[in-house]
Write a protein that binds this ligand. Structure first.
Ligand SMILES: Cc1ncc(COP(=O)(O)O)c(C=O)c1O
Length: 436
């Protein structure tokens, strides 16, 4: 429990100017409802806090690492489990070891850190979302699928030797928090097998994806989310994971692989920058929190509430005409800023303008996933309202609905923004903007 603080509209206008219209640069205490991210912002359970008290802080071979490894392997079933301080550290190590300049890495949609880590080693990150995933208002059950035909064509065009791995993000965060079906995952697996290309998951929201499969895909209704997750991971060769999402932890991640030689290289790099392979940049107590969290997240009562409460927000605003990515995702609702603010050209960042307006109107912090984040690679301009796990109540969400509807009513008066500073990569975190 923690208090939240009201600010006046004048204070928020002043804070926005001081933050250069970039909500990442706001002090958190000036935010009333923080929907910037669901990453590391969840509330830990009594079981997790109890496990934390058992943290074994031995440098090497701790009991906490053993409990962490056993818990991860029960679900993911990969031979090697390498802890990292968060998801992007796992990505950096994976792509540094597997990719080189000129390579091509396909994904349904790369997340910002994934794309940046691929590009950092000189490889090309290619997004291959299924066609239905590109249409925000279209209501399909598995809009997170990969376009398997496009994957085949890409491998054919660039040659197998330039594709060191294929990745699939479950759920597809940058594509609207939408799930991939097991049918699609199997089809991607078959293409990878045919060409002998390793197949990896970006597994951040694996439990939500597994639950969507249970609800929406024929033949999985009687399986538990854990059994479905096990089936998903049995089709891959490894994964990267940010435990800050479906690990229900405030920090942590891991990298898994079945390849012994690769694991050795990965551990060598890990020692250089993260830490010894039985803690990888984490404290023993963090490993304990993750070991419990990845099991709790698969409990059906938790998942049912999670998915229904996210849909509650999405459905209430969509009923009033607010354009959102349909259907609502697992961890977030995504406003379609191009449809919300059609009068703002893409080079004036309609998503950032909308996110700033939600803050100004009601102290709500969200994040743009669009032209500021991805430049010309952006296929949509979205504003993500990510719901932290086990944090806000329905009355908080009802307030968010009221604010969005207020901004919707006066949308025609909202103006675009222009960039005044940008970093050479991941510019959205530190960019400065001003009214255009
Ligand atoms: C799909 C996806 N992959 C990777 C990451 C990176 O994880 P981390 O923030 O722990 O580095 C995120 C974080 O939001 C994500 O959503």
């Amino acid at each position: 429990m923690e208090p939240i603080r009201w600010t006046t509209r004048e204070e928020r206008a002043q804070r926005l100017r001081a933050a250069h219209y970039n909500l990442f640069l706001l002090p958190a205490e000036d935010v009333l409802i923080d929907l910037l991210t669901d990453s590391g912002t969840g509330a830990m359970s009594t079981h997790q806090w109890a496990a934390i008290m058992e943290g074994d802080e031995s440098y090497a071979g701790s009991k906490s690492f053993e409990r962490f490894r056993r818990s991860v392997q029960e679900i993911f079933r990969y031979r090697h489990v390498i802890p990292t301080h968060q998801g992007r550290a796992a990505e950096r190590i994976l792509f540094s070891v597997m990719c080189k300049k000129g390579d091509v890495v396909p994904n349904n949609t790369h997340f910002d850190t994934t794309r940046a880590n691929v590009e950092f080693v000189g490889a090309e990150a290619v997004d291959l979302p299924a066609q239905e995933g590109r249409e925000p208002s279209a209501d399909y059950p598995f809009k997170g699928n990969m376009d398997v035909m496009a994957l085949e064509q890409l491998i054919e065009r660039v040659g197998r030797e330039r594709v060191p791995l294929v990745m699939l993000t479950v759920t597809n965060n940058s594509g609207g928090g939408q799930p991939a079906s097991l049918e699609n995952i199997r089809a991607v697996h078959d293409v990878c097998s045919k060409h002998a290309i390793p197949f990896y998951f970006d597994a951040c929201r694996f439990a939500e994806n597994a639950y969507f499969i249970k609800l929406r895909e024929t033949g999985y209704g009687s399986m538990t989310p854990k059994q479905i997750a096990q089936e998903i991971f049995s089709l891959g060769d490894g994964c990267t994971m940010s435990a800050k999402k479906d690990g229900l932890a405030n920090i942590g991640g891991f990298l898994c692989t079945n390849d012994d030689a690769l694991a050795q290289q990965e551990k060598n790099l890990l020692i250089l920058t993260e830490g010894y392979p039985t803690y990888g940049g984490l404290a023993g107590r963090d490993l304990e929190a993750i070991a419990v969290g990845i099991q709790e997240v698969l409990e059906e009562d938790y998942l049912r509430y999670r998915i229904v409460s996210t849909a509650y927000l999405g459905n209430h605003i969509a009923e009033q005409g607010v354009p959102i990515v349909q259907p609502p995702g697992g961890h977030a609702v995504y406003l379609d800023a191009r449809a919300f603010l059609p009068h703002i050209p893409l080079e004036q960042f309609p998503g950032v303008a909308l996110a700033c307006e939600l803050y100004l109107e009601g102290g709500i912090r969200s994040v743009e996933i669009g032209t500021l984040m991805f430049g010309s690679a952006a296929k949509m301009d979205l504003v993500r309202l990510a719901i932290p796990r086990r944090v806000y109540t329905q009355s908080h969400i009802d307030y968010v609905i009221e604010i969005i509807l207020e901004v919707w009513r006066r949308r025609e008066g909202i103006r675009g923004l222009k960039l005044t500073y940008e970093a050479p990569f991941l510019r959205h975190f530190t960019a400065w903007l001003e009214p255009a």
